[in-house]
Structures are given as C-alpha cells and as structure tokens.
Design a protein around this ligand. Sequence first.
Ligand code: NDP
Ligand code: 8X3
Length: 254
Amino acid sequence: MQPSITLITGATSGIGLACADAFAAIGSHLILWARRRERLESEAQRLTSEYGIHVHVDTVDVRDRQAVEAAFTALPAPFAPFDVLINNAGLSRGLDPIQEGTYENWDEMIDTNIKGLLNVTRTLVPSMIARRRGTIINIASIAGRQHYRGGNVYAATKAAVKMLSDSMQIDLNGTGVRTCNIDPGLVETEFSLVRFRGDTGRATTVYEGYTPLTGKDVADCAVFAATRPQHVSIQDILITPTDQATASIVHKQS
Ligand code: NDP
Ligand code: 8X3
C-alpha cells in the first residue's frame, strides 16, 4: 500500500526530517509540523525540488491544543485525506536524578511527549477513522521499556507513549486504522543537544565509540510499517544500534 499523504510532527530535524525524506522518496506528499518556521520552509523547498512532491507546512507547537486544532482545520483540501500520521515530536530535558529534577524540565517533557501526542491524535484520528484507513506511527523509545540512570521522567513519558500505542490497538480495532509503535535506541540527532541545552561537548559524547542509528534507520521502519498491505499491521518495533544491548549497555571502543 503506497501512502499518498504523510503528516509528520517534529519534522524540522532528526527522525522526523528523515521520515520526510523517506516518505517523499516513495512519492508521498507531505504535511510537516514543528515550531521552527524557517527550517520548515527551507526543508519544504528542498523536498519539493528533490522529490517532485507537494509539501504543506505549518508552525505547530503540539503542546498547544488550539494550535493543533487550527492547523488541522487549515489543511488545504488536497492534503486533508492524509493516510499516515507520524507522532514524532518529542524531547528530553536533563539527566538529573529524580531528587534533583526540575519541575520546568518535567512539565516540558510531559506536555510535549504525552499531552502533545494526545492533542494531535485526538484532533486528527477521527478523520482517519472516517476514511476507514491509515497508519499511525508513534515514536516512543527503548527508554520506555528499560530505564537508565537519570532517565526517570523522560523514560516515564515514553512508557506512556507505548501504553497509548497499545491502547490505540484496542480502541481503533475494527476501524481500518492501524497503529505502529517504534522504540528506537540511540539515534544521532539533535536529541542530546536539546537534552543538554546546547552543550555540544556533552551531546557529542553520547554518540562516540560506536556507530549509532541514523534518523533514516528509524524512518525505514516507519516506511516498512506504512507500506504493508491493508490486512497487515506491524504493531511494535524495537530498533537499536548493533553495539547497543539495552538502554544502558552500549559497547564502546575506547
Ligand atoms: P530532534 O531534537 O532532532 O527532533 C525533535 C523534533 O521534535 C524537532 O523537529 C522539533 O522541532 C520537534 N519538537 C520538539 N518539541 C516540539 C513541540 N512542542 N511541538 C512541535 N514539535 C516539537 O530529536 P529526535 O529526532 O531524536 O527526536 C524525535 C523523537 O524520537 C522524539 O519523540 C524522541 O523522544 C524520540 N526518540 C529519539 C531517540 C534518539 O536517540 N535520538 C531514541 C528514541 C526515541 P521544533 O524545535 O522545530 O519544534
Ligand atoms: C532516546 C534514547 O536512550 O537516550 O529515547 O533515552 S535514550
């Protein structure tokens, strides 16, 4: 099944942007949402000229329920019947033990990773159900299955995403809409730069001494799930670098 229109949240970098390329490469038109307008516009231009597809962008903070609803309402008619939704927007802030964590960091992770995903899903999925087809891809994390020191609230938000994916399996059963939960391990993106608030030295260290996943590796999984025949549902994917055994065991060359 070839997706004709794919909507991606958090499409300005990393896994979201790699999904934009991967879906464009199979001829899907794109709806790209994120907060950074300039990046959205320049990537849209690049994707259009590179793949000859149509791209619609909107500045959407997934934490803002009204903004999500307004962006949905504002979809130009040709983009309205999207058939893939990639709930990718998310972030981590800090790596502090729970007794030293800050409410600001916790609120941002919970509001983005859990409530943001819910805002988008609640707003968009009824229209997919009405069309009786489509694939929802939720980007959770290995951190939602196995915790690691300092992962606490971030890991909890990703465990919540996994539980919401499992809930969608049940709630959407019989609607024709399928859900795929993807749990990536370490992927080299802007993730650690955001987690450590621009500390490039600390962010770079996360990916040293082994070959991490790329956004494309994860995007390939999303494309695989979305392009199965309608009777096939890929419910759950765990993907890690070969050198990563668990969330906290990574074989690094010194
Ligand atoms: P990046 O930081 O590279 O990308 C995150 C994307 O999310 C950006 O496009 C950012 O865009 C967007 N975003 C963040 N907050 C919001 C918001 N409030 N509203 C809308 N968009 C938002 O990181 P990744 O690509 O690595 O992260 C993508 C997803 O993958 C996240 O959910 C992350 O938790 C998950 N993940 C990442 C792993 C990794 O090792 N990198 C492993 C497992 C899961 P903008 O700032 O323009 O809004
Ligand atoms: C991102 C991967 O291990 O840094 O979800 O939490 S990890």
